[in-house]
Design a protein around this ligand. Sequence first.
Ligand SMILES: Cc1ncc(COP(=O)(O)O)c(C=O)c1O
Length: 394
Amino acid sequence: MMGLKFVDEIINRKSALSKEGTGRMFFRVMSIETFANQHILDLVAYKPGKPIDETARELGLEPDQIVKLASNENPLGPSPKAQEAIARIASGVHIYPDGASFNLRNALASNLGVDFDQTVVGAGSSEIIELLCHALLNPESEVIAAKHAFSMYPIMAKVFGAKYVEIDNKGDWTHDLQAMLDAVTPQTRIIFITNPTNPLGTVVSQEEIDEFMSKVPDHVVVAFDEAYHEFATNPAETIKYVRDGRNVIVLRTFSKVYGLAGLRVGYGLAPTQITGMLHKVRTPFNLNLVAQEAAFAALKDEEHLSKTVENNRIGLEFFAKAFDRMGLEYIPSQGNFILVKVGDGVAVFKKMLQQGIITRDQSSYGLPEWVRISIGTPEENARCLKVLESVMKS
Ligand SMILES: Cc1ncc(COP(=O)(O)O)c(C=O)c1O
């Protein structure tokens, strides 16, 4: 057992053998970390936006006094059609769901013009990202993504021991696709293109993507993460590359525009060679029954979708005008959030929190001077801005 790490641990328990009844026994216990995958030990776990209930408890307020604009959720709530479906299915949850998620995948396939077999669903697009990494990554492989990208990419790359290569954005905060191509090596397996990107809110154009796709080699899977696709004004079309059988996967989610973040539903569209691998590595019933039914119903609720997009457009304009007036730098956004430069992001986040407004400081994204605000209802936006103004004056 040479080279194994030991920790001394004192376990305070009554010993049946200890006639004296001191109750103290001394053990030398081997640290289980010795046997763990060493590359995960210094991983920093994903840090979500601060929950409403936790904030309310800490401030001694009621949850409905808190405004959460921290996780890019839908401020209008879930689609009413999804809510009806959830109520309808409640009495049936003692039965396992359809392991193939047939109805939902079939609806996605026909709405988006791909084959049923070119779809995969999961517990949020986060799960699809994980499945992709399961299928493609090992300690020899490399993953390329833009700087300040969604933090699940580096976390997942690290989980599988892969090298994570971050590429600086261009001066306008958009992905530098040529620099990403230049970083490709024979070990590169995944390039993430986040469009619109979070937390920056910028997009890459159709021309840039088409140029990139004409050069990217076949040993790389391009993952177009389109979690905010529906909010973009003129989003690039990437599903054509799925139809063409290229090595791509388009990732989308029901967490944002469809308002189902709490149910965890996301999907991927890819050629069958890729979806086939993802179906092999997923767990048998990875999308629960309630999530399947609600997402199926939400897909048909175009009214809720267009109300959400319009509310977002108004909110983005509201904040942009206000930041112009206040002389604050911000990044024009095509998502349902906006990044604003406030100086000390953590301090501003904390002061706003004290007044019941939850935003997201960006220190973990390498942007310590910035705060990200998710777009809320007009009332929530107004309250958030009032608090931000008072904090910036103080
Ligand atoms: C860029 C991006 N991709 C993927 C996701 C994952 O979303 P979900 O797992 O809720 O589908 C998020 C969530 O915030 C995101 O910002």
